[in-house]
Ligand binder design. Structure first.
Ligand code: DX5
Ligand code: ZN
Length: 235
């Protein structure tokens, strides 16, 4: 029987609020000025960062790895929500926790033993989440929802920023809510094509954490982009 460390509930509770949490996706940011970007995002009121790790194997794109996570950890106090778009995630969980990840999510499609990886993440003290690409049904991970602190629903196929929102992803939130009746504290996150138009749909469907890439980084004024996204959800 594994004695999993209690989930990072203190951090997650701190991030809970009446409205959505908007997390900038650190994929389309200015990597030549990463510290400045993190400072600007914090000044714009964002309370956590979403880091898109891509290995070129699980997804047909390469982004960054442990060294960038470690660098960001050194220059920002903001919680780091690390989205692993990598094959064989179990091989890297402790390394990403040591690099500074506060939340670690991995793709259901990248491994067969979901429970083992979720418990592995929780043993490090990080919050544990599982990610579903658009074509992966919620039923694929129903058996392990009680081991999740968070579930991430992709509204684009993982691998690239700037793609078109796929509204059929919203149907999964209803299913998660049914599954998570015993887990009202389960955090539901959405990622991909979230902007001022689609944020309201996602929030109304039940997404609490909204990951936004081009909907922030296509604008010079990050604070205005943040306020516009929050306002879109309050209508
Ligand atoms: C895609 C990433 C997303 C993406 C979001 O694989 O996981 O986080 O960068 O970017 P937008 O908001 O532009 O779709
Ligand atoms: Zn992501």
């Amino acid at each position: 029987m594994t004695t999993a460390v209690p989930p990072a509930s203190a951090l997650l509770d701190k991030l809970r609020g009446p409205g959505p949490l908007i997390l900038p996706s650190m994929l389309l940011c200015d990597f030549a000025n990463l510290q400045r970007e993190a400072e600007r995002l914090s000044e714009a009121g964002f309370q956590a960062l979403h880091l898109d790790v891509m290995d070129g194997v699980f997804v047909p794109n390469l982004s960054y790895g442990l060294s960038v996570v470690k660098s960001l950890r050194r220059v920002t106090p903001l919680p780091l929500d690390v989205h692993l778009m990598i094959a064989n995630p179990a091989q890297y969980i402790e390394a990403f926790r040591d690099a500074g990840a506060d939340v670690i999510t991995f793709h259901a499609e990248a491994t067969s033993d979901h429970a083992a990886v979720l418990e592995q993440i929780r043993r490090t003290g990080a919050a544990a989440g599982i990610v579903l690409n658009p074509d992966t049904p919620v039923s694929d991970i129903a058996a392990v929802v009680e081991l999740c602190d968070l579930a991430l629903v992709m509204s684009v196929q993982a691998g690239f920023g700037g793609q078109a929102f796929r509204p059929e992803a919203l149907e999964k939130f209803q299913h998660f809510r049914q599954l998570a009746q015993a887990r009202p504290d389960l955090i539901l996150e959405i990622d991909g094509g979230i902007n001022r138009e689609t944020a309201a749909q996602a929030w109304r469907a039940g997404a609490q954490w909204l990951v936004v890439g081009s909907g922030i980084f296509a604008h010079d004024d990050y604070a205005a982009a943040h306020q516009a996204l929050l306002a879109a959800c309050s209508t």
